[in-house]
Design a protein around this ligand. Structure first.
Ligand SMILES: *[C@@H]1O[C@H](CO)[C@@H](O)[C@H](O)[C@H]1NC(C)=O
Ligand SMILES: *[C@@H]1O[C@H](CO)[C@@H](O)[C@H](O)[C@H]1NC(C)=O
Ligand SMILES: *[C@@H]1O[C@H](CO)[C@@H](O)[C@H](O)[C@H]1NC(C)=O
Ligand SMILES: *[C@@H]1O[C@H](CO)[C@@H](O)[C@H](O)[C@H]1NC(C)=O
Ligand SMILES: *[C@@H]1O[C@H](CO)[C@@H](O)[C@H](O)[C@H]1NC(C)=O
Ligand SMILES: *[C@@H]1O[C@H](CO)[C@@H](O)[C@H](O)[C@H]1NC(C)=O
Ligand SMILES: *[C@@H]1O[C@H](CO)[C@@H](O)[C@H](O)[C@H]1NC(C)=O
Ligand SMILES: *[C@@H]1O[C@H](CO)[C@@H](O)[C@H](O)[C@H]1NC(C)=O
Ligand SMILES: *[C@@H]1O[C@H](CO)[C@@H](O)[C@H](O)[C@H]1NC(C)=O
Length: 742
């Protein structure tokens, strides 16, 4: 044991406590902690006032244990953790006359002798918690004595709770605790974690404990029946604090149908009229009751409650829509309300407005976003009448928007907690909250703070010493981008951290193009770099199209000259081919016309076309095939047409109204089309599209055509002959090209 102690403690034992401790103890200043089964061997120094004894064997405790060594009478605080043995003998604490605090814990103890507490005349506090097998009858017996005359605080936490049956909090118990003959001044009673069969308020009252007990803790207890509830017609005058959190209570409403009206609540609760602090957390969750929706209005004006603190956390309360009229005294005393951790979706401003001196209101961890969404007019004035509020907690409510004027009347606010909501904009009025010390907005959905909100916060801060206002703007989805609002927000946070913006630095993060950056590390530099890059790109994006247009025009010109050069070259090629007799076709063109137009075509157009083509190609060969000259007499006309079309590169059709009506002409059109030869239409007169045949109309719609315009000079062609001939030669080149590929 000794060798395992830390060095500093060993040193302590040799110097400061050389004679203060047995080898089983460790001493620090005036406190000794000993691990031993028999404490009678322990030797204590003069200065020791507090002793903790671990692993004490209960059976070894006797009247001599603490009385043979007078040093024990100097000890003021003694905590004993004992094991084994069901009994605690008589007078085992003799010699501890200076003791004011005794803690004794033994899970195996069942019984105590009547005079166990003999000699503890100065004891003020008895901690008897965790004696989970101690029989209440035994405990009652030893308290029903003149021992412990100065006892103030009694803790019986978990007494007898390891056993299946329950205990009764009845006359016997309360009277023995109160001290039947000596009237103890018990001010503090902890009876948590106990399973009660009956709990008799009337007995409590009659025992006189209502003259002394200031606070009762009844946490995590089970009470099967409450007796006297509603029958005690006087208030418990000394009782100021009651905590019955997490306890399981009988359904009072079932036993008292009268309770179902709030009006009778007054009469039934006279016992509690003096209570100032009432903690009733976690009652709803235990009982598996449906969510509480209290819409009953009530008039409690005749109940002079002095309630100052009222805690109703974790109770599955869903809606508080009642208008409860309070006694004018209660209106003044009520200062602290917590409804945290319920499932509140609605709480009427009327419910709160009567508590005109309310200083602390905790509504955190509820579902008030529903009220904000669906009853915004009510939400807006939720705390309007509570003008004395100093602390308001609305955190963890899923609220996405705070109405602009919500806190207009709450000028006294010192702490406003809106953290863990879904607020995305700070456009609500905080400029008048000049007493603000903490504004917590962390964990919301704010991506930037606009200039107006920044200015307001800065003004609030400027009116105070730097350490007097803290605004927590951490853990928000800030955006780092080139947007002025975004970048100004980041800069502003950067600037003000050391004045009013809450630490720690690493909780300020922004996202730049999906990348998370620490605002107090490199966010600004990276954003600036990114924006410079964006700027360059943007400028490029403006300049580039201009450059492109010029480039495109240049290219177009280049390709066009290239193409016209190529054409010229090819035409020249074609000419030389024709000159050399290497032209693979007999004719450049076949001119198809109707016999009704023969005069004009044969006399004027055909010779001109032929001579123009000869001029272009520099040859005297006949380059145009026509029916009058080239159809072989005696051959079938159809065969001759096909042959002539096959022998020509391009087909020219002299279209007139007659041409369209002629069967043969139509045949020629069809044949040309079938042979997939290039067709040039030469209109001799105006022909409406619906006068043309189907195939001719298709050709007319698809390709440009030429026209013969009669004039005083015998007529001319449009476009000019050279253009028409160039077109014919180009089409010929393309046709030859096509045939070569095939
Ligand atoms: C308490 O002591 C009184 C006498 O002082 C006695 O009448 C009473 O029965 C005792 N009660 C218990 C529970 O022992
Ligand atoms: C009871 O104890 C409390 C606190 O220890 C003390 O203030 C009060 O005066 C005492 N009452 C009596 C009657 O001794
Ligand atoms: C509450 O009481 C139950 C038994 O009723 C026990 O198991 C549990 O540990 C207690 N909880 C606390 C926090 O004391
Ligand atoms: C309280 O009720 C009892 C009877 O249960 C009666 O004797 C007593 O006078 C009543 N006290 C008050 C203040 O009403
Ligand atoms: C609250 O009560 C009033 C009047 O009883 C009623 O008109 C209103 O609808 C209630 N509001 C909610 C949210 O239940
Ligand atoms: C408070 O109410 C009582 C009656 O319950 C009345 O006598 C008193 O005048 C009221 N005080 C104020 C300030 O309203
Ligand atoms: C937060 O608000 C946005 C709209 O502003 C909404 O789409 C989103 O669902 C909300 N988130 C939560 C957890 O309520
Ligand atoms: C703000 O609230 C968060 C979350 O509840 C908490 O962690 C933080 O400490 C609070 N900030 C301040 C300055 O109180
Ligand atoms: C700042 O707070 C201190 C105490 O917290 C107070 O004494 C002082 O007056 C405050 N200063 C301002 C300017 O509010």
């Amino acid at each position: 044991m000794y060798s395992t102690l830390p060095l500093t403690l060993r040193v302590c034992m040799f110097i400061a406590c050389s004679s203060a401790c047995s080898t089983s103890c460790v001493c620090i200043e005036d406190k000794a902690t000993c691990i031993t089964s028999d404490p009678s061997k322990i030797v204590l120094n003069e200065n020791i006032r507090e002793v903790v004894l671990q692993d004490i064997e209960s059976s070894l405790l006797s009247e001599q244990t603490f009385s043979t060594n007078p040093q024990w009478s100097k000890v003021e605080t003694l905590k004993i953790f004992a094991v084994g043995y069901k009994f605690l003998a008589n007078r085992v604490f003799t010699g501890l006359s200076g003791l004011t605090y005794l803690g004794f814990h033994n899970e195996n103890m069942h019984f105590m002798k009547k005079n166990t507490f003999s000699g503890l005349n100065n004891l003020k506090e008895l901690d008897f918690s965790n004696n989970i097998r101690l029989r209440v009858s035994s405990f009652k017996k030893i308290m029903n004595s003149t021992h412990l005359p100065r006892l103030n605080k009694l803790r019986l936490n978990g007494m007898y709770s390891a056993e299946v049956d329950a205990i009764d909090a009845n006359n016997d118990l309360f009277q023995s605790v109160a001290g039947r003959d000596i009237k103890r001044n018990i001010t503090h009673l902890d009876i948590s974690n106990i399973n009660f069969r009956d709990f008799n308020f009337d007995a409590f009252f009659k025992s006189g404990l209502c003259n002394t007990v200031h606070e009762i803790y009844l946490r995590n207890a089970t009470i099967q029946n409450m007796h006297g509830f509603g029958y005690v017609n006087e208030s418990c005058s000394s009782l100021k604090i009651i905590d019955i959190s997490d306890s399981q209570l009988p359904n009072i409403l079932r036993h008292h149908s009268a309770m179902s009206t709030l009006a009778s609540l007054c009469r039934l609760t006279i016992f509690y009229f003096n209570v100032e602090e009432l903690y009733m957390n976690g009652l709803g969750t235990k009982k598996n009751t449906p969510p509480l929706q209290d819409d009953r209005d009530g008039d409690l004006r005749s109940c002079p409650y002095r309630l100052r603190t009222f805690s109703l956390e974790n109770n599955l309360i869903k809606r508080l829509n009642s208008t409860v009229k309070l006694h004018n005294q209660t209106q003044k005393t009520m200062e602290w309300i917590s409804l945290s951790g319920n499932i509140l979706e609605f709480i009427s401003p009327q419910f709160l407005c009567q508590s005109m001196n309310l200083k602390y209101l905790d509504l955190s961890g509820n579902h008030l976003h529903k009220m904000q969404e669906y009853y915004e007019d009510q939400f807006k004035i939720l705390t309007k009448y509570n003008t004395k509020l100093k602390v308001l907690k609305l955190n963890r409510n899923g609220i996405s928007c705070i109405p602009f004027n919500m806190f207009l009347t709450n000028n006294e606010l010192e702490e406003l907690d809106l953290s863990h909501n879904n607020i995305s904009s700070l456009d609500f009025h905080i400029g008048l909250l000049t007493n603000l010390k903490v504004l917590n907005l962390s964990y919301n959905a704010i991506s930037y703070i606009d200039a107006k909100a920044r200015a307001t916060m800065q003004q609030l801060a400027a009116a105070k010493n730097p350490q007097n206002l803290t605004i927590d703007l951490s853990n928000m989805p800030y955006i780092c981008s080139c947007d002025d609002n975004h970048i100004e927000t980041i800069k502003w946070i950067h600037r003000n951290l050391d004045t009013f913006i809450a630490r720690p630095r690493e909780d300020y993060i922004c996202t730049l193009q999906g990348e998370r950056l620490y605002i107090f590390q490199n966010a600004l530099e990276k954003t600036n770099a990114y924006c410079r890059e964006q700027n360059i790109k943007r400028n490029l994006a403006i300049c580039l199209p201009i450059v492109c247009v010029f480039l495109l025009i240049g290219l177009l010109i280049f390709f066009k000259t290239q193409r016209s050069r190529r054409r010229k070259r090819e035409r020249k090629n074609l000419r030389s081919q024709i000159e050399l007799g290497e032209f693979p076709m007999k004719f450049v063109a076949f001119l198809s016309f109707s016999s009704d137009d023969a005069e004009l075509v044969v006399n004027t157009i055909l010779p001109k076309l032929n001579s123009e083509l000869q001029l272009k190609t520099g040859t005297n060969r006949v380059l145009v095939c026509s029916g009058d000259r080239h159809f072989r007499p005696g051959y079938a006309l159809g065969e001759e047409i096909i042959r002539c079309i096959e022998d020509s590169a391009v087909i020219i059709m002299a279209v007139s109204k007659h041409f369209c009506q002629k069967e043969w002409c139509r045949k020629e059109v069809q044949e040309t089309y079938d042979q997939n030869k290039p067709i040039v239409l030469l209109f001799l007169e105006r022909v409406e599209p619906d006068e043309m045949g189907k195939v001719l109309r298709k050709v007319f719609n698809r390709y440009a055509h030429a026209s013969w315009i009669p004039d005083t000079d015998g007529g001319h062609i449009e476009p000019d002959w050279p253009i028409l001939c160039d077109a014919l030669l180009d089409l010929t080149v393309a046709e030859l090209e096509k045939n070569r590929v095939h």
